[in-house]
Design a protein around this ligand. Structure first.
Ligand code: FPP
Length: 247
């Protein structure tokens, strides 16, 4: 990392110990809205502002990868009106923010099975990927219709097909080769996972990739997760002694 490129870094953070990949489970939008006496969708709308704000922090602070869990394979079980709102919100945000993100050097990628998402959103996803593919300031990964077990199973099926066709020797298969069949291929594993709203579980998010990730859980609801609390989460991460199974 070129620490000279980092701008506006909060003084409590050590520029030489910044995470290279931060992932977030953005929980608590609905509870936030309820507390404010607003409909659940208002929580998602406000949560989108948190995403924009943290993405800019990542860019300014030299965090190369930011990954958010926007919609899980299980979220289809929510009321149709909320699912519909979320799909429109994603499409609308990509549409309205794409030029600005591109101007700021954001490269957009998606995790998850896009075949089930509405066609309009799929088209916007393709456009975002194409337009931003050569940007380098920060890679923004959005998980839509993502489930980690499904992703791992799909990787296993692809590899099994290659073995069956005689194109891969199963004895040569190792972890780095397996990585290439996941939606996160070419991304480093997250250094830090943030989960808002207090729940202490992974909820089928990046199960393979989070093997050695440091986890930061806060009771704050996602719409209230500020740049200051992001700073505290990173400061907490910088205090951790990461041993990766060694002594
Ligand atoms: C979980 O909170 C949140 C979601 C399922 C949706 C997250 C979507 C956004 C923040 C919108 C913007 C995102 C992008 C990437 C543009 P919840 O509804 O489960 O909250 P609850 O547990 O309090 O009900």
């Amino acid at each position: 990392m070129n620490t000279q490129l980092i701008t506006k870094l909060p003084t409590i953070l050590d520029p030489t110990k910044m995470p290279q990949h931060v992932a977030a489970i953005m929980d608590g939008n609905g509870r936030w809205a309820k507390q404010q006496g607003l409909p659940r969708i208002a929580g998602h709308q406000q949560g989108a502002n948190t995403v924009k704000s943290l993405l800019r922090c990542c860019k300014d602070w030299g965090i190369a990868n930011f990954t958010v869990y926007a919609f899980s394979t299980e979220n289809w079980g929510r009321p149709a009106v909320e699912v519909d709102f979320l799909m429109r919100l994603f499409e609308g945000l990509l549409d309205s923010e794409l030029d600005q993100m591109h101007a700021e050097g954001v490269r957009i990628r998606f995790l998850g099975d896009r075949s089930q998402v509405p066609l309009g959103l799929q088209r916007m996803m393709d456009k975002s990927i194409d337009k931003t593919q050569y940007n380098q300031a920060v890679t923004f990964n959005i998980a839509i219709n993502y489930g980690s077990r499904k992703e791992i199973l799909q990787a296993c099926k692809s590899i099994a097909e290659l073995v069956k066709a005689g194109e891969l020797d199963v004895n040569l298969l190792d972890e780095s080769m397996f990585d290439r069949y996941l939606d996160t291929h070419e991304l480093p594993d997250p250094d830090l996972l943030i989960r808002t709203s207090g729940e202490q579980r992974l909820s089928n998010f990046l199960l393979w990739q989070l093997a050695y990730t440091e986890i930061y859980i806060t009771k704050t609801h996602w719409p209230d997760f500020s740049n200051d609390e992001f700073t505290l989460a990173i400061a907490d991460f910088q205090q951790r002694n990461r041993r990766f199974g060694k002594v």
